[in-house]
Structures are given as structure tokens and as C-alpha cells.
Design a protein around this ligand. Structure first.
Ligand code: NAD
Length: 349
């Protein structure tokens, strides 16, 4: 099948080409993002392979459909950048890679927590400049802390288990409860109670209308003084302006984000020679207790290999007339159903 691949980096080309060993599919790699200005590049390609910051709104999907595209093969887990209703109306198939290596993201999450709890980011730059002072680097033991996990799916569950290994108390909030975690001692609580009781809050739920800006001025007000917030999920779960206010007032003690609500035009490019135009991100980067990374929690060789394998599998299955394993059903996506889980009795606030 002819596939137009957008937002391609050298590593995408390498891993996708390796997974396409038998050259069954004909890939055209474009470095540019997919959006209303670039959509013409996909004309006459039956499949489009897109990534997290490609924009697949109704307008772009309509153009793709007119140009002959019938399959959107996302090489990522999240699908908040795709207008699923529009795709459904057009009869287009949207497939993703729902689970390629949840370990890569959960391990990265734990890494962010440890970095901030022990100021590793500051130690690294200090010693490189010949500064061996410890002043200002006092950390804290996470084993004595309560960690609140919002979203206990694949990544959240692994993160909870990893943190239990440090001796942390884990509380969680999800629309579904994971019995395995309950048996392991995780307590499900309301979102409000999680905000009130957590020393560290880690976000692992998808971006949906009811999770957008779930970290906002009101929820921050409920939190413990000095709370640490970690987001390796999706940027718009956090109202960044509210977080900046929380950092300035010292209500928030530290924040680690791998995702940012306006990351689309910034992340994944070397902008070190440019003036950063995003004043919100620029302000965030001035705080010593903030770590920002460029949506890289997934970025391991294991994950890239598995993403490519499953993406090719989705395309091949579609080409053979079958239903790709990673197909997204619009209704299921909206309801965020999880057939193996127990409906939660936790009240959502
Ligand atoms: P998953 O579907 O396995 O788990 C998501 C969990 O969130 C589910 O248990 C679901 O019930 C829960 N949830 C849904 N709505 C909720 C709500 N309103 N409140 C609380 N919980 C809710 O997904 P996953 O694979 O664990 O991925 C989690 C997130 O990580 C996704 O948003 C994904 O986009 C993101 N992600 C980020 C990276 C990265 O590189 N930073 C890589 C992969 C995935």
C-alpha cells in the first residue's frame, strides 16, 4: 500500500523501513507536519501515517478523503489530534498503536519524579561548571510520600507498581478500577481527595473534554503545599498559566512535564538559535524546580521497534480487508471503555 508518512525524523524512517523488510508497503517520508497547508502532499496515498502533533481535524480529513486516503495509521497511542466523528462520517479507518511499550513511559515518569525530588537536573549543570556546593539541593525521600495517580491504565498501573517498590502509598483515580492494583494495596479515591492527599500527582489519563485542564487554579488550591505534579500524558490536561501562578506562590513545589499544551509548533525541533516566542513556556523554563522535556517519554529503541511493527501490522491488515488490531471506534473512544475493567464507583469531580 502507498503510505504518506508525516512528521518523519530519521529514526522514524529507520524503524519503519526495518519493520517493512519485505517492502510490502511503499512509504513516502515527509518531514513536515500534516495540517491544512501540507495535506496536498498526501494526495493519491491510500494511507497516511501520522504522529502526535499532526493535525487531523475535519477539514484536513475531508481533503485527505478527497485525495483518496482511506486509512489513518497513527504511530502513537493518543488520538486526541484526530476528529474521530469526521473520520467516521467519511468512512475512514483510524488505527493507532495502543500499547507499544508502557514501560518506556512509566520508567520515564519515575525518572522525572526522582530528578525533581533529588534535584538531579541542577546537580548535573552545577558540577559541569565547577560548582560542587550542595546548597539549595536538599531533596526528599519519595518512599514516605503519598502518590496520586490519575488514570490507572497500562502506563498508570506500571507507574503505581514501580512506585510501590519505593514504599510509597499509592492512591488513584480512574473511571474504571483495576482490581490487580486494588489487590496490591492501591486505594481508589475521588479526584478531589486525590488532590487533597497527594504529595506527588502523576497524570496518566487521556485528554478528553472532562480531563482538559484538570490541573487548574481550583484543583491546585485543593493540593498540599509543595505538591509535585508530573505530566507524561497530554499537555492540555494542565492549565499552564495556573501552574505558573502556583509555582510563583510556592503552592507547587515542583513540576515535571514531558508534554505541553502548545507543544505542536515547538517540540521535536532544534530551536536553540531562535527566540522562543511562547512566553508561557519561556516563563516555565525559568523556574529551578521545573523540568520540561520534549514529548520523549516513549523514546526508547524498544518502543520505536514495537510502534513500527504494530503500525505496519495495522496497514497490512487493512490492506488485506481485515480490521486492524489498533482500530479506534469513535463511540468507544468517547466513552473510554475498557472491557476488562470494573466500572468505578468513584465520583468524578
Ligand atoms: P490507557 O488507555 O491504558 O489508560 C488510560 C486510563 O485513563 C484508563 O484506565 C482510563 O479509564 C483512564 N481514564 C479515562 N478517562 C478518565 C478520567 N476522566 N479520569 C480518570 N481516568 C480516566 O492509556 P495508556 O497507554 O496508559 O496512556 C496514558 C496516557 O499516556 C495517554 O494520554 C497517552 O496519550 C499518553 N502517552 C504519552 C506518551 C509520551 O511519550 N509522553 C507515550 C504514550 C502515551
Amino acid at each position: 500500500m502507498r503510505v504518506a508518512v508525516f512528521s518523519t525524523k530519521p529514526y522514524d524512517e529507520k524503524y519503519l523501513s526495518e519493520a517493512n523488510q519485505d517492502s510490502r508497503h511503499d512509504f513516502k517520508f515527509y518531514e513536515t507536519q500534516l495540517n491544512e497547508h501540507t495535506v496536498r502532499l498526501a494526495e493519491s496515498y491510500e494511507a497516511v501515517c501520522a504522529f502526535v502533533n499532526d493535525k487531523l481535524d475535519g477539514n484536513v480529513l475531508l481533503h485527505l478523503f478527497s485525495g483518496g486516503t482511506r486509512l489513518i495509521a497513527l504511530r502513537c497511542a493518543g488520538f486526541n489530534n484526530v476528529d474521530l466523528s469526521a473520520a467516521e462520517q467519511l468512512g475512514m479507518t483510524v488505527a493507532r498503536v495502543p500499547a507499544y511499550s508502557p514501560n518506556s513511559i512509566s520508567e520515564y515518569t519515575v525518572g522525572l519524579i526522582l530528578t525533581l525530588s533529588r534535584n538531579l537536573h541542577r546537580s548535573f549543570t552545577r558540577t559541569r561548571e565547577g560548582n560542587f556546593s550542595l546548597n539549595g539541593l536538599i531533596g526528599f525521600d519519595i518512599g514516605r510520600k503519598t502518590i496520586g495517580i490519575i488514570g490507572t491504565g497500562k502506563i498508570g498501573a506500571l507507574t503505581a507498581k514501580a512506585l510501590q517498590g519505593f514504599g510509597c502509598r499509592i492512591i488513584a483515580n480512574d473511571v474504571y478500577q483495576n482490581d490487580e492494583l486494588i489487590n496490591a494495596g492501591v486505594e481508589y479515591v475521588s479526584r478531589e481527595r486525590l488532590f487533597r492527599e497527594s504529595d506527588i500527582i502523576s497524570l496518566h489519563c487521556p485528554l478528553m473534554p472532562d480531563t482538559q485542564h484538570l490541573i487548574n487554579a481550583d484543583s491546585i488550591a485543593l493540593m498540599r503545599d509543595g505538591v509535585m505534579i508530573i505530566n507524561t500524558s497530554r499537555g492540555a490536561l494542565i492549565d499552564t498559566q495556573a501552574v505558573i501562578a502556583g509555582l510563583k506562590s510556592k503552592k507547587i513545589g515542583a513540576i515535571g512535564i514531558d508534554v505541553y499544551e502548545e507543544e505542536g509548533n515547538i517540540f521535536y525541533e532544534d530551536r536553540s538559535d531562535e527566540i522562543l516566542e511562547d512566553d508561557v513556556l519561556a516563563r516555565l523554563l525559568t523556574f529551578p524546580n521545573v523540568v520540561v522535556s520534549s514529548h520523549e517519554a516513549f523514546f526508547t529503541s524498544d518502543a520505536l521497534r514495537e510502534i513500527s511493527r504494530q503500525t505496519i501490522d495495522n496497514i497490512s491488515t487493512y490492506e488485506s480487508g481485515g480490521q486492524p488490531a489498533g482500530v479506534i471506534h469513535n463511540q468507544a473512544a468517547q466513552a473510554s471503555t475498557k472491557p476488562t475493567a470494573t466500572p468505578s464507583t468513584v465520583t468524578q469531580r
